[in-house]
Design a binder for this molecule. Sequence first.
Ligand code: VG1
Ligand code: CO
Length: 560
Amino acid sequence: MSDYSVKSVQTKAYQDQRPGTSGLRKRVPVFKQEHYTENFVQSILSAIPGGPKDTTLVVGGDGRYYSPEVINIIVQIAAGNGVKKLVIGRDGIFSTPAVSHEIRARKATGGILLTASHNPGGPNADFGIKYNMDNGGPAPEAVTEAIFESSKSIKEYKLVELPQVDLSKLGESKLGPIEIEVIDAVKPYTAYLKEIFDFELIKSYVHSDDVSVLFDGMHGVTGPYARSIFVEELGLPESAVQNCVPSPDFNGGHPDPNLTYAHELVDAVEKGKITFGAASDGDGDRNMIYGAGAFVTPSDSVAIIADWADCIPYFKKGGVKGLARSMPTSTALDRVAKAKGVEYFEVPTGWKFFGNLMDAGRLSICGEESFGTGSDHVREKDGLWAVVAWLNILAAAEKKGIKGINGVLQDHYKKYGRTFFSRYDYEEVESDKAQEVMKELESAYGSSSFVGSTLSATSSSASFKVTECGNFTYTDPIDKSVSKNQGLYTTFEDGSRFVVRLSGTGSQGATIRLYVEKYSKDASEYDRDTQEGLKPLIEVALATSKLVEHTGRKEPTVIT
Ligand code: VG1
Ligand code: CO
């Protein structure tokens, strides 16, 4: 006889639980509303293809504020729904790519990830919940829509009242009807990276006299992983890692690895003339590569990794099957694909769109302009993977006489030309104002004379002839599902373009993202300042969308 009983709790449905680009992200007080988190967890379990009964789920996240409470809720509701086993990271800490790996390695049913990624954490900041499938990747739209549908009409959820799990204690236990295994979430991931990369080569490189390394965990989840990789495996000193203790509010910071928010890394790298610097975001799926005087844009990063893939054992063995980028990401990767004669794909923003291609064996390396780079070794973008990939490449490049990040960049530009890229974010714009910007562009696109017209910059004589425009629609080549309204693009005769879309990860108001890109094969331009070079294009984008008029925002919140 079991001494537990499943309780059905009557609830009232919320109408705002539609998962965005990467899960449901809201402020903590929203998640703390009565039944709010429970409803969403129940809706996830109800939407698992095949149902929740007898499943094994991996659970963990970036350790942000409110995570322990939510893990407790998940344990009870999972038990109420007949879930067989939960595999939880110690202290609830589990990087997003490591969860993806764990799901795959164990052949688990899926995973529940507790993170709002790079968004700040704390009592009044963001929390997030997302579901990943048995391939280790984010649930596709069909599943996130099923979760949303269920959340809108949910009447009750099931739970078993259970004592709190001690998340600090490793090992397996039975709690009422459910098995719980608390695991060290770092070791298996480090071991996996060691299979993928040439650690011996990297080790000799990072210990050479003129090479120094600094990794910044931004108080997110990657701290313990970075210590394991850089200090324990590669034998670097403690001083090679900073901000590597995870904190529930990221020490009050904004754990987003870009030039604005990772300034502590940038400052330290410049001050110490460090050859290789890198940072990752709250949940460990993003990365920034930055050496003294050398910043690698994410769009270039994925192109370079693809170009140098042969020096990475994982690709040397398995080959590079295909390449892909999200639509707003620069076309630098396309040029590498063409040179290598492999397939390449342009998908909507969000990692969930890469999964099908990988599962079908048609995609090996992919990336997004938003500091996301990865491969089919897991089904999430992977910050530390990208960082170690760069070290592997730098070590191999050194052997060919190409020195440091800047050497690799210049070598790449010489071979392929340079793609200048920048993104302007306008955060917390009123939703209707953001809609006006989108409508403005759509009405411009609606005019029959827009394609073929010439748009002029305001501060110079530069002008651009429109060759194409539209609202990006993607048809998944594998399951043929169609995703519409994925961003407005205007392409010009010289290959330049600008893209405008609304963010799907914000928790308050709307965020407008403006992406601009310009390609040059003129070597005298390669050292040009990105913002300077893109200025005419940005002026044209702002004038066409009337962004400043509609939003009153003269300057973006963040430029990357
Ligand atoms: C943003 C990025 C997108 C990324 C997503 C999740 O989405 O633009 O490229 O996949 O964040 O990344 P949006 O809809 O706000 O533009 V993460 O590290 O927040 O999981
Ligand atoms: Co992230």
